[in-house]
Design a binder for this molecule. Structure first.
Ligand SMILES: Cc1cc2nc3c(=O)[nH]c(=O)nc-3n(C[C@H](O)[C@H](O)[C@H](O)COP(=O)(O)OP(=O)(O)OC[C@H]3O[C@@H](n4cnc5c(N)ncnc54)[C@H](O)[C@@H]3O)c2cc1C
Length: 459
């Protein structure tokens, strides 16, 4: 089985000890920065690792971040009229590990999110037909199915979270079973609409995925949170971006914003990166270790000049192309959520999912703001996501689902590429979603329990 053979590829090591810092390999760069660790990407895992390495382990670090802020998939929109904040990317933090202490470092406490009761309308967004005969599962059935799913995730939790350190060489057959077969076996049907709405949409058709990948996407901590057994909380300021802005202030000049890596020279003596900012200014970074935290897309890995072994490993990773944004229109129902469910789901086939690319839902957040979520296909782009947002809205108007006449305004739309299928392996200096389960608090535990001890021991 291919998973087992990939599992033996354990020797992909990026950072090596820099015995004597050499002169810059990149003579064209006017500036050279020397660091213990250079971190590629300042999202959930990269920003957390930077704080831990610099503040707790006394390492010199620098983050190379493509955007002009830290936080990755965190997106906080401030309504220009009311000043109210709306998080349309990362929503809340599932209780897992030590997240409260990490927030506390930045004078943030965790509280329950404010929720508003929404009226849900299920519509086939392709035909525009409202699913009047669709029977949503009864809430008691959802809970019972979710409990069965939790039992299953807990059976494998120790293998999958917070790292793959305990992942067995012989992969359990059940983990390699198609999720639709698992759904039948454990009678999980009733919780599928909820799994799809929360995060499963990123997989496209959840039923076609292996149980292993489904559990990476939707793991035990989030299931416990949905069942109310654990919390899923937000910072007391109700703005997720606050954490990362405060990390940015703390790290100061140790973050190079709007900067990307354009070339690298990784030898047994250390790592040299050529990075370039939005103004086209080049800098050489010479570091003892390289920590890669961003999604391992073809574009992101090209400048790393991957070895054949690395290429082989990374070719097994799948990417989910997700988009999220804020839209507004007088046509959209205040206190409403328009959810995309295909007609094939009528009356109660919960294994029927839309085919990517698709809009997942238009969901009222507050004021005049609606959150929009989309799933793209391979090589999907932001302009295509914008077009799909408008076209779907137009189709809903034409079908009479929502009033005609008013336009849609897209207030924000962001691309969020993330790993959707990861093959467990060990001994790497990577962090981020490619190496453990989805969700921020899991990534932080992965850093604390797996990556940081190994990275530090290698100095
Ligand atoms: C719509 C949506 C909602 C979500 N909701 C939640 C939620 O409510 N709770 C939760 O815990 N998780 C949520 N997640 C999942 C969570 O966002 C991810 O698990 C987490 O962000 C992954 O962290 P990461 O460090 O691997 O990557 P990221 O957070 O994506 O960080 C990667 C960073 O690398 C940067 N980068 C990318 N390419 C380059 C480059 N070439 N050069 C330099 N920098 C680069 C990016 O700008 C980014 O800052 C959600 C995800 C999405 C898409």
């Amino acid at each position: 089985m291919y998973l087992s053979s990939q599992h033996t590829l354990l020797k992909v090591i990026f950072g090596n000890v820099l015995r004597s810092p050499e002169a810059s390999h990149y003579t064209a760069a006017p500036r050279t920065i020397y660091k213990d660790v250079v971190i590629l990407g300042g999202g959930a895992s990269g920003a957390h690792a930077a704080v831990r390495l610099r503040e707790d382990y006394n390492k010199n670090i620098i983050i190379i971040e493509k955007q002009d802020n830290l936080g990755g998939h965190v997106e906080t929109y401030i309504d220009p009229v009311t000043g109210n904040p709306y998080d349309y990317g990362v929503n809340s933090y599932a209780e897992y590990g030590n997240e409260s202490a990490f927030f506390a470092r930045f004078n943030l406490t965790l509280v329950n999110p404010t929720s508003i009761k929404l009226n849900t309308t299920n519509i086939d967004f392709v035909s525009g037909k409202p699913l009047v005969r669709y029977q949503a599962p009864a809430s008691a059935d959802v809970t019972a199915a979710l409990e069965r799913y939790l039992n299953l995730t807990e059976k494998y939790e120790n293998m999958l979270l917070p790292s793959y350190a305990n992942f067995p060489t012989e992969v359990p057959d059940e983990l390699l079973t198609k999720f639709s077969d698992i759904v039948e076996k454990y009678e999980l049907h009733a919780c599928l609409p909820l799994l799809y709405q929360v995060t499963g949409f990123g997989l496209g058709n959840m039923g076609d995925e292996l149980l292993l990948f489904m559990m990476q996407e939707f793991s035990a901590p989030m299931t416990r949170a949905l069942l109310g057994l654990k919390g899923s909380r937000v910072p007391n300021t109700h703005q997720n971006q606050d954490l990362y802005d405060r990390i940015g202030v703390l790290l100061g000049n140790d973050v190079l914003y709007s900067t990307i890596i354009i070339d690298s020279n990784r030898t047994s003596d250390g790592v040299q990166l050529l990075v370039s900012n939005a103004a086209g200014e080049n800098t050489t970074i010479i570091a003892k270790k390289l920590l890669v935290s961003f999604a391992l897309s073809a574009e992101n890995t090209a400048p790393l000049n991957l070895s054949p072994a690395e290429q082989e490993v990374f070719s097994t990773l799948g990417l989910a192309h997700e988009y999220c944004g804020i839209v507004t229109s007088p046509s959209l129902p205040i206190n409403g959520s328009l959810v995309n469910i295909p007609s094939a789901a009528v009356p109660a086939d919960y294994l029927a999912f839309p085919t990517p690319p698709f809009v997942v839902r238009y969901q009222f957040l507050g004021d005049t703001n609606f959150r929009i979520l989309l799933t793209g296909t391979e090589n999907y782009t932001l302009p295509l996501a914008r077009q799909l947002t408008n076209n779907t809205f137009g189709a809903l108007q034409s079908a009479g689902d929502i009033p005609q006449g008013a336009n849609l305004t897209i207030r924000a739309l962001e691309e969020h590429t993330t790993t959707k299928q990861a093959i467990p392996r060990r001994r790497t200096f990577y962090t981020g979603r490619s190496w453990t389960g989805q969700f921020t608090t899991i990534l932080w535990e992965f850093n604390d329990q797996w990556m940081l001890p190994r990275l530090l021991a290698s100095f």
